[in-house]
Design a protein around this ligand. Structure first.
Ligand SMILES: Cc1ncc(COP(=O)(O)O)c(C=O)c1O
Length: 420
């Protein structure tokens, strides 16, 4: 695709004319979200009812039923965030202190927090260089006799190889949790069912940036009635309210979603299929506009009908281009198309883990008996390279017009052209 004119080819960051001056639709504001009259009416309905918590209410329980139906699971349990949705899942695994749970080195902190919060030890698997998802090989490398669960994260809306990981884990009694915070209605290739239904438990987030949002909120799905019951109790202080006895049946938190959040989430759920369809058209247009650039690769799992394009990852060949994501995304942002990296460091390099600072100075549950460090730079070299230099993340949302997408393509091509 040629650049429109020669004047455009000088980068805006070097004083050239930017690709666009109008702001892009933005997921942090109304321009990039689909909140409207339905959500306002739903909020008014709840406020008029006078009952804002879920106990005895109708909204959150209806949301759970509707979500389970849409995803294709038997049960859904609502909670306050994607992190708490994951905590419901890890708590249902019920590990002993020091048991291990595997997760990818690139994911949101919430995935690791849900493990540490059960006093289990996060063990990191490296990721594929063209999807940023963990692979069966990287998981198998770090499994030990103490592994109780593997959390498979479907990054950016693209599917990880969850079926292969399930096939490995199931005969070994290892629970597979799918973190679908970025992957509503993603379809992992092969097998049957959506992301979130392939493993034992699926976890979703309703945070501001996600495909659908209620500000914050979480949903956890499973087909297993015993797991569903444990999660339901865990989210409500262990309190079996239907018995009429106020005694905690198990250790639990208060992660109850309230009715206001539930009512907004139900409206968003209605909009989800269209949101996904629109994001898929945007994704297809971006892929078609960018698939011929030397030194810049697209996600290898961005296949039509599978990926749901939460955000749009690009993988730079930094050797070839001579720049890393910082230079690339600064230049893109100057062109009027904001972009960034992801995390900057793998999760294990973040202070609570690398410095073993979870519960005061005890080092628990991370410190090894012989005092040797648990996490080291170099543990997951691909992940370190991606978040440290190669991975560019272009935020996407369902409100991007064809012109917005074409401007995004033009900005990427212009910056690439300047460095290639
Ligand atoms: C992959 C992943 N896991 C977990 C989370 C945690 O979700 P929340 O921010 O709703 O707690 C997020 C969201 O930021 C995420 O993207």
């Amino acid at each position: 695709m040629p650049l429109p004119d020669a004047a455009l080819s000088r980068l805006a960051i070097d004083g050239g004319r930017p690709v666009r001056s109008a702001p892009m639709p933005d997921w942090t504001a109304a321009t990039g979200r689909r909140f409207g009259a339905e959500e306002k009416r739903a909020l008014a309905r709840v406020i008029d009812s006078g009952r804002l918590w879920r106990v005895g209410g109708t909204e959150v329980s209806a949301l759970e039923e509707e979500f389970a139906h849409l995803i294709g699971s038997r049960f859904a349990v609502a909670s306050t965030s994607g992190t708490s949705a994951l905590h419901l899942a890890t708590a249902a695994v019920d590990p002993d202190p020091g048991d291990e749970m595997v997760l990818p080195a690139i994911t949101d902190w919430g995935t690791a927090a849900a493990i540490v919060a059960t006093n289990a030890v996060p063990v990191f698997a490296d990721v594929d260089p063209l999807t940023a998802c963990m692979t069966l090989e990287s998981v198998v490398r770090v499994i030990t006799p103490r592994t109780r669960a593997v959390i498979v994260v479907h990054m950016f809306g693209g599917a990880a190889d969850v079926d292969a990981i399930v096939a490995y884990c199931r005969p070994r009694g290892i629970t597979v949790i799918e973190d679908c915070a970025q992957a509503y209605l993603t379809v992992p290739p092969g097998g049957e069912g959506l992301a979130g239904t392939r493993g034992d438990i699926g976890c979703f987030s309703l945070q501001q940036a996600k495909h659908i949002s209620a500000g914050d909120g979480g949903l956890t799905v499973t087909d297993d009635p015993a797991i569903a019951e444990r999660m339901r109790l865990f989210a409500d202080k262990g309190w079996p309210r239907e018995t009429g006895v106020r005694s905690s049946a198990l250790f639990g938190m208060n992660y109850r979603m309230n009715e206001l959040t539930g009512a907004v989430a139900r409206c968003q759920l209605q909009k989800l299929p269209q949101v996904i369809e629109d994001r898929r058209s945007i994704g297809r247009r971006l892929l078609a506009g960018l698939d011929d650039l030397e030194g810049l690769r697209l996600a290898s799992n961005a296949t039509p009908g599978s990926h749901t394009f939460w955000f749009f990852p690009l993988f730079l060949d930094t050797q070839r281009l001579g720049i890393d994501y910082r230079t690339f995304t600064d230049a893109m942002t100057a062109e009027g198309v904001p972009a960034g990296g992801y995390l900057g460091v793998p999760l294990y390099a973040m202070p609570p883990l690398m410095e073993e600072r979870v519960y005061g100075s005890t080092g628990f549950p991370l410190r090894r008996p012989d005092g040797s460090a648990r996490y080291h730079w170099g543990d997951c070299p691909v992940a370190e390279r991606l978040v440290g230099s190669d991975l560019v993340v272009v935020p996407a949302n369902e409100n991007l017009t064809e012109q917005d997408v074409d401007d995004t393509i033009a900005a990427v091509r212009k910056v690439h052209n300047a460095y290639a």
